[in-house]
Write a protein that binds this ligand. Structure first.
Ligand code: PSV
Ligand code: MN
Length: 404
């Protein structure tokens, strides 16, 4: 069946020298990982509002991630957080994931919630606590082997709240020692991603506050260690696309945590308030993807907790926003942009980006979904599917294992 809007867009793109079949093949292989913790009840430090149908355990979180993949077609894996998703039978959980149609992605150790970590984990002045934290991360390396995951995603809440509280240089060395021990335990063909965050939960200093400190650690460790950028973890106004380009050029960009920071961390759905920033970030990512001389292996993950929106819907919406940003970055006229940059034609260079950003790519995305056997409108199809009603009726009572 011919779709007029798609035909017109395709014709328009072809006239601009873009091969639509190649473009569609990029879109069909896009891979966004959703977080298991986005499917369970969560909240702010002021409270947690429970939702009907919220996933209570790892199995239910896998089911929801699989539902997001069924409707979007580009979210085939889910990240796990340990101990929130801990089980005593990993092979059964792995099999269940395969049964419901989802793969297990990054393993995230949790060295921030236990009482022992009140003054930090791998940078805690108490050697016993540092040992506890390292042992937990090593347990997660073991879980990687049991689940077939090839990514260990590390974030440390370590920092201090008061001047004089702790010795910065000792803490730096403890961080290095801990990461080195974990690095040595990593199985072949796996990677460690080091995430930074400039503040919270500590407010005086943070041990890995920015891409530079994470980069330094990753560089000291070796090839298997790379930096993870979480969009929510920068001061206001930071040019994240520049950090992306810089780390790619150094071969050190390993992964992303997508979300939207309005005030702090993962406040909102990726691409809601900052769609242009997201597009500019993707413009750098796509530039590397299309460059035969640049090698990248970047894990694209969402890191959001959906406190008010229905969780599966919010995840579908997030995945679709990322799909749109990627598409717009793929239709940037790269040759014309390079020419405008070479001749310092500032107005033309910006206009080229603007033209791509302002293009309505929805007809193309609808076509791609049809060609991959999905409904052209994932959110509407999900709403009609009855999944939400089914989980709301089935998931009543019981203990919740996780954040809340
Ligand atoms: C911390 O704010 C963070 O971004 C880390 O990635 C954690 O693993 C995640 O959020 C969940 O708390
Ligand atoms: Mn994160």
């Amino acid at each position: 069946m011919s779709n007029l809007a798609y035909d017109l867009l395709a014709e328009n793109l072809e006239t601009q020298g873009i091969q639509v079949e190649t473009l569609k093949s990029h879109l069909k292989t896009q891979h966004i990982e959703t977080p298991s913790w986005g499917y369970g009840n969560s909240g702010t430090r002021f409270g947690v509002f429970e939702q009907p149908g919220a996933a209570r355990n790892a199995a239910e979180r896998l089911e929801d991630a699989a539902a997001v993949h069924r409707f979007t077609g580009i979210a085939p894996t889910v990240a796990l957080h340990i101990p929130w998703d801990k089980t005593d039978d990993w092979s059964a959980l792995k099999q269940y994931a395969a049964d419901v149609g989802i793969g297990i992605g990054a393993i995230n150790p949790n060295v921030f919630q236990d009482q022992a970590y009140k003054l930090g984990s791998v940078c805690n002045p108490d050697a016993d606590v540092r040992r506890l934290a390292i042992d937990h991360i090593l347990e997660c390396v073991d879980i990687m082997e049991k689940t077939g995951s090839d990514l260990l995603s590390l974030w440390f809440a370590d920092g201090t709240n008061f001047p004089g509280q702790s010795n910065f240089r000792k803490r730096k060395q403890w961080m290095q020692e801990a990461l080195a021990e974990v690095y040595d335990a990593l199985p072949d063909a796996t990677r460690m991603l080091i995430e930074y965050k400039f503040f919270e939960p500590a407010f005086y200093h943070t041990d890995l506050p920015d891409w530079g400190t994470a980069y330094l650690m990753a560089t000291k460790l070796g090839e298997k260690a790379q930096v993870l950028i979480d969009l929510g973890h920068h001061p206001q106004g930071t040019n994240i696309e520049f950090i992306v380009a810089y780390l790619i050029d150094e071969g050190k960009l390993g992964g992303f945590h997508f979300n939207c920071r309005k005030y702090a961390d993962d406040d909102l759905t990726v691409g809601t308030i900052n769609p242009q920033e997201l597009f500019l970030i993707y413009t750098e990512l796509v530039a590397a993807e299309l460059d035969p001389d640049t090698e990248t292996d970047i894990a694209y993950m969402i890191d959001q907790s959906h406190n008010l929106k229905p969780k599966v819907e919010a995840s579908i919406q997030s995945v679709c926003n990322l799909q749109k940003a990627y598409t717009k970055a793929l239709i940037v006229d790269r040759e014309a942009l390079a020419a405008a940059q070479d001749t310092a034609d500032l107005v033309e260079a910006e206009s080229i980006l603007q033209r791509a950003y302002e293009t309505d790519v929805n007809p193309l995305l609808e076509q791609v979904r049809l060609e991959t056997g999905r409904d052209p409108n994932p959110l509407a199809a999900y709403r009609q599917s009855g999944y939400y009603e089914k989980i709301s009726a089935a998931r009543v009572g019981g203990e919740s294992q996780g954040w809340a």
